[in-house]
Design a protein around this ligand. Sequence first.
Ligand SMILES: NC(=O)c1ccc[n+]([C@@H]2O[C@H](COP(=O)([O-])OP(=O)(O)OC[C@H]3O[C@@H](n4cnc5c(N)ncnc54)[C@H](O)[C@@H]3O)[C@@H](O)[C@H]2O)c1
Length: 383
Amino acid sequence: MGEKSKLNIGVIGYGFMGRTHSNAFGQAPKFFDLAYQPVLKAVCGRDNDKVHSFAANWGYASFETDWRRMVERKDIDLIDIASPNDTHEEIAVAAAQAGKMVMCEKPLGRNAAEAGRMVAAVEAANVPNMVWYNYRRAPAVTLAKQLIDDGKLGKIFHYRAKFLQDWTISADLPQGGAGLWRLDAGVAGSGVTGDLLAHCVDTAIWLNGGIEKVSAITETFIKERQHVLTGKVEPVGIDDASLFLARFNNGSLATFEATRYARGHKALNTFEINGEHASIAWDLHDLHHLQYFDHRDEGKLRGWRDINVSDGDHPYVKNWWVPGTQIGYEHTFTHQVVDFVAGLSSGTPASPTFRDGLATDQVTDAVLRSAGSGQWERPGDVT
Ligand SMILES: NC(=O)c1ccc[n+]([C@@H]2O[C@H](COP(=O)([O-])OP(=O)(O)OC[C@H]3O[C@@H](n4cnc5c(N)ncnc54)[C@H](O)[C@@H]3O)[C@@H](O)[C@H]2O)c1
C-alpha cells in the first residue's frame, strides 16, 4: 500500500485545547482508517521556551512564536485555532485568505458579526472549515441524534439544557491574563453565554433544529475584579450566569441555564428531551451513558433504561477497545478529527462548519440582547 497523503497541521495555542487537539490529531489515525495522515507540523505560542517544550512533548516537527508566520508557511495545509476568543477572527480570516483549511475553537467569534466575517472568508476561499463543538461526538450524544433522526421520540415537546460550574465564586479571583481571560469581556466576548451556553446551543440546534426566539436573564454577581494585566480593580463585563427560555422552529419549548456559581458543580453539562413517544437524557459527568424511556414498551416493563453506550453497535465505539470498556472526554476531539478528514475525502463537509458555528453565535447574541432589552429576541434579528 502506498503512503497516505499527508495533512500538515499547524496548531495555534498550547493551553487546554492545544493539548486536546494535539492528542486528537495523534490518536485519530491510530484507531481509525483515515484517507489522510495528520502530521503535527508546527505549534504556535508566544513564549519561546514554553512552546519549544510543548512541541517536543507532543511530537511537533517545529514551532513558531508568531501565528502570522505559521499562516504564511507553505508546508502547512490546516490552521487549527486553539487560542482565546479575541484571536479567532483575525487568524481564521488570514488563514482562509492564505488558502489553508481552518479548524477553530468555539465560540466561533466573540459575537455573530465576527463569526459572519469568518464564514465569509472561508466560503470565499472555498476552504474546508470546522468548529470544535466536540460534545456532539460523545458516542452517547451521537446516539441521541440517531434516535431522534430515526423518529424514536416522535414529535418533540421539550428541550432542557444546563451547563453548571462553580470556579468563579470567589471575589478575590482576578480577571484577565493567562488562564483568566474568560473573565475579561474584551477577550472572551461574553461570560457563560459564549463559553458554556454556546455548547448547549450547538448541541440543541443539532438535535432539535433551529431556535425561533429567546427570552433571557443574565447576572454579573461580582461587579469588579482586579485585572491581572493592569493591576487595577476594573468593572466586570461578563455575564456570570445566563438563563433563557426558547421556542424552537418545530414548536418545542426549552429552558437553558449556564452559570459559574453553582457550588459543587464542575462541568454539569446535561440535556433532556421529551417527545411524544420517548424521552432521552444525557450528562457529561457520566458521558458514556444515555438515559432512554419509551412509552411504547410493554406496560409492566416500562421504565427509564440506562444504556451503556460502549458496545460495537454504538457510534465510534468499535474502533476503540472491547465492548463494555469505556472511552472518555478526549475521544470526542479525536472523533471530530476523524469526521473532518472523512469530510475531506467524501466531499461532504463534516459539521459543525463555520456556518453552523455562526448559527450558534446568532442565538447567543440574541440571548444577550434579550437580557438587555427584557424582550423576546429572534436570532436572525439584529437591530
Ligand atoms: N471545545 C471545548 O470544549 C473548549 C474547552 C475549553 C476551551 N475552548 C475554547 O478554546 C479556546 C482556547 O481555550 P483554552 O481553554 O485552551 O485556553 P488556554 O488559556 O488554556 O490556552 C490558550 C492558549 O492560547 C495562547 N495564545 C493566546 N494568545 C495567543 C496568540 N496571539 N498567539 C498564539 N497563541 C496565543 C496562550 O498562550 C495559550 O497557550 C477558546 O476559544 C475557548 O473558548 C473550548
